[in-house]
Ligand binder design. Structure first.
Ligand code: FAD
Length: 310
């Protein structure tokens, strides 16, 4: 059995693995895709101390760092079921899609999250070529340019306010007939001079010249009329979905499906910890996920020290 089994090989899981292995305990990492969301990222310019890198390079660096230590990396493996220990100090069981069952004295869940897509023509084609999902990450790339934000909930309206301070012009597109964000955010958005808001607007296509985005089309759901906007960027803000479907009923989740953790990264189940984008910790960023992964590993190690083996 493992002393610490980490589920997820993104920044949070990699950090947890390094911290666990450095304690000299038996450590394993199960990952569907080692590297996680960083594999889908172009420029990374906000991981402090690394001025500039790109996602695939960063993912390789994560894996190389983990491989410096004696860690079992089980890549391309998906976890499908977690069964917590039945008594304190007992073993939790993790079932994989291939049928294997792994046992561990402590578990760290770091399965991350995924941005919901709008699923219109052009979105996949121009991902990282004008189509973006993270204003904290990619906002500065659109300095002085025109962008649209799709989604009028809190994250969309926050993104539009944030971007309006960096870019030349922001068009906010909301499918429903009103913005769903908090009133204070909507008021702030409406006060900005370089923002246009379209409600009852259904995005139908993201256009480009083959290299990068140059426009967006939407249909006015009231009049039925089609419109095209010239712009250089589109931020899709219609939800970040935590990868916790397989944990429902086992671990306490928030109403958004995020794993609820305490200040040490522990879930509601003793011995089961969580870290990174999959948790309730706000602001989904690499530098935050890395810190949270380290914290969860230290929290789980502390738990192991205090729990007699049964
Ligand atoms: P993830 O990176 O999501 O990793 C999750 C891991 O869990 C993966 O290995 C996945 O395969 C695995 N997994 C999921 N489900 C299972 C399962 N059932 N069984 C086994 N394994 C599973 N942040 C920045 O700080 N700067 C940026 O510039 C930046 N740019 C971004 C650009 C894009 C396009 C995207 C999508 C995100 C960007 N982010 C950026 C956000 C950043 O990538 C995330 O905050 C960070 O990767 C979260 O790390 P994590 O380890 O919590 O989760």
């Amino acid at each position: 059995a493992y002393d610490m089994l980490i589920v997820g090989g993104g920044p949070a899981g990699a950090a947890a693995a390094v911290y666990a292995a450095r304690k000299g305990i038996r450590t394993g990492v199960v990952a569907e895709r080692f590297g996680g969301q960083t594999l889908d990222t172009m420029a990374i310019e906000n991981f402090i101390s690394v001025k500039e890198t790109d996602g695939p390079k960063f993912a390789v660096a994560l894996e190389q760092h983990v491989k410096q230590y004696d860690v079992d990396i089980m890549n391309a493996q998906r976890a499908v079921k977690l069964t917590p220990a039945t008594e304190p100090g007992g073993l939790a069981e993790l079932e994989l899609a291939n049928g294997a069952v792994l046992k561990a004295r402590s578990v760290i869940l770091s399965t991350g999250a995924r941005w919901r897509n709008v699923n219109v023509p052009g979105e996949a084609e121009y991902k990282n070529k004008g189509v973006a999902y993270c204003p904290h990450c990619d906002g500065p790339l659109f300095k002085g340019k025109r962008v649209a934000v799709i989604g009028g909930g809190n994250s969309g309206v926050e993104a539009a306010i944030d971007l309006a301070g960096i870019v030349k012009h922001v068009t906010l597109i909301e499918f429903a007939d009103a913005l769903r964000a908090d009133a204070v955010l909507v008021a702030k958005l409406k006060s900005l001079p370089n923002v246009a808001i379209h409600t009852s607007a259904q995005t139908t296509e993201i256009h480009g010249d083959g290299q990068k985005v140059n426009g967006l089309s939407y249909t006015d759901r009231v009049s039925g009329a089609g419109h095209r906007i010239d712009l250089e960027g589109v931020f899709v803000q219609i939800g970040l979905v935590p990868n916790t479907e397989w944990l429902k009923g086992t671990i306490e989740l928030s109403r958004h499906g995020e794993i609820i953790i305490d200040a040490r990264g522990q879930t509601n189940v003793p011995g089961i910890y969580a870290a990174g984008d999959v948790t309730t910790v706000p602001f989904k960023q690499i530098v935050i996920a890395v810190g949270e992964g380290a914290k969860a590993a230290l929290g789980a190690f502390d738990h192991l020290m205090r729990t007699p083996v049964v």
